[in-house]
Design a protein around this ligand. Structure first.
Ligand code: CTP
Length: 405
């Protein structure tokens, strides 16, 4: 059976650089990529849809309500088709619409429906490029995981000189191919992820827990599965649906997590411990509901739980990559570095949970990736994007270990 070609949906918006999209289309085809084009009405003033139709061999989508429709609901069909969604050139207008969630034509509705990685290649006048609103919108989009090939500097069509020129088409095509390939770069890699809080019972109706939502661990499991990894997710009690293609194994207490993780750890290539296991449990769990004691203070005696990461870390095999998290409120880096060493981890993801946008129950995070050799401060990013960066780093550590042997 013939292998299905990867598909790039190329969105073309209305700027003078629109003609360069023809070259991008041709270069992608040379790399064995199937290209579908969607254009804004303004883009049609610069290049006729017929040009893209002839070059791509597919109908070009411009108008959401055009008849006869080639697909049932055209923008959704096109969005599903995309392995990568490239917008080149991307005007300030489409950047603004995407950042604000506006979908009022074929291109903007299609990109909104797409689940594939999105790459923007902006091109505009220098003044527009440097405008604070445009830069803010790009930051918003980057934090949501949208990729951007920044424009080059040079002589612009409007007569000005400065930043805003569409980046070299070869570079744009290279970035697109990287994103296409990246999609399945974890094929055959076994990954165990832990996520969420634990619950340590006090009596049949009460427990001790913490504020972990499980979002970070779930995002990692989902991204790893999308990139082709075989993923097992050990999950504490959380309110998130299971990511598709991931085996989810529930745990409630730290001791249960310890059992489930120890059973599987030695057969994994990468272990990512995003769970927040309780360090202590109640020494004697009451078998009946504990009653109030007429105003007398009540004491709970707690005993220490096993440190799962440290126990697994001490039995780590040479090629395995173990990643831990350090959610701190003070001296973040120093505490994280100590944990990296004490738990025999290859990387620790440190965050200050007191910073707005980081930590519990939010969809974003601000972390520092720390390995034995270097530290990388990441900006405020979506947990999905943080997950991708953690996986990139874990894969790099793994290939380094494998080459050293
Ligand atoms: N961890 C673990 N078992 C525990 C506690 C933590 O496996 N009993 C793991 C977490 O999953 C995380 C890392 O160790 O990857 C750091 O967790 P954290 O709670 O920050 O560290 P602790 O070792 O508990 O240190 P402390 O509570 O003193 O900050």
């Amino acid at each position: 059976m013939e292998k299905k070609k990867p598909c790039v949906v190329l969105g073309v918006t209305g700027g003078i650089a629109a003609y360069k999209a023809c070259e991008i289309l041709r270069l992608l085809q040379k790399r064995d990529v199937d290209v579908y084009v969607t254009m804004t009405k303004n883009a049609c003033h610069f290049v006729a849809p017929l040009t893209f139709e002839t070059l791509s061999g597919h109908p070009v989508a411009v108008d959401t309500f055009e008849r006869p429709q080639t697909w049932e609901v055209e923008h959704i069909a096109l969005a599903k088709r995309a392995d990568v969604f490239l917008i080149a050139p991307a005007t300030a207008n489409i950047i603004g619409k995407m950042a604000s969630g506006i979908a009022d034509d074929m291109l903007s509705t299609t990109v909104m429906a797409a689940k594939a990685p999105v790459l923007l290649a902006p091109a505009m006048n220098t003044g527009m490029w440097e405008n604070a609103a445009v830069q803010h919108n790009l930051d918003v989009l980057k934090a949501r995981g949208v990729h951007v090939v920044a424009p080059a500097s040079g002589h612009l069509a409007c007569g000005d000189s400065g930043a805003g020129k569409l980046e070299n088409v070869e570079i744009i095509v290279e970035r697109t191919i990287e994103l296409l390939n990246k999609k399945r770069d974890m094929e055959g890699v076994r990954v165990l992820v832990t996520a969420g809080p634990t619950r340590e019972a006090i009596d049949p109706v009460r427990y001790i827990s913490n504020r972990s939502s499980g979002k970070m661990g779930y995002a990692i499991a989902e991204s790893a599965a999308k990139r082709g990894a075989e993923v097992v997710l050990l999950s504490g009690p959380v309110a998130i649906p299971a990511p598709s293609g991931v085996e989810v194994v529930p745990f409630t207490t730290t001791q249960e997590l310890m059992e489930q993780a120890s059973m599987r750890a030695l057969t994994q290539d990468i272990l990512i411990q995003a769970a927040a296991p309780a360090d202590y449990r109640v020494e004697t769990v009451a078998s009946q509901k504990i009653k109030k004691q007429d105003g007398a203070p009540m004491t709970l005696r707690l005993i220490e739980n096993p440190d799962v990461a440290a126990a697994l870390g001490s039995a780590k095999k040479p090629n395995q990559v173990f990643v831990g998290f350090a959610a701190e409120t003070n001296d973040v880096i120093a505490h994280a570095e100590k944990k990296l060493e004490r738990k025999n981890l290859d990387m620790i993801v440190a965050n200050n949970v007191m910073r707005p946008g980081a930590g519990f129950d939010v969809d974003t995070n601000i972390v520092t990736l720390i390995t034995g050799e270097h530290k990388e401060d990441l900006p405020l990013l979506s947990k999905k994007e943080v997950a991708e960066r953690i996986l990139d780093c874990a894969l790099a550590l793994r290939s380094k270990k494998m080459h050293l042997r």
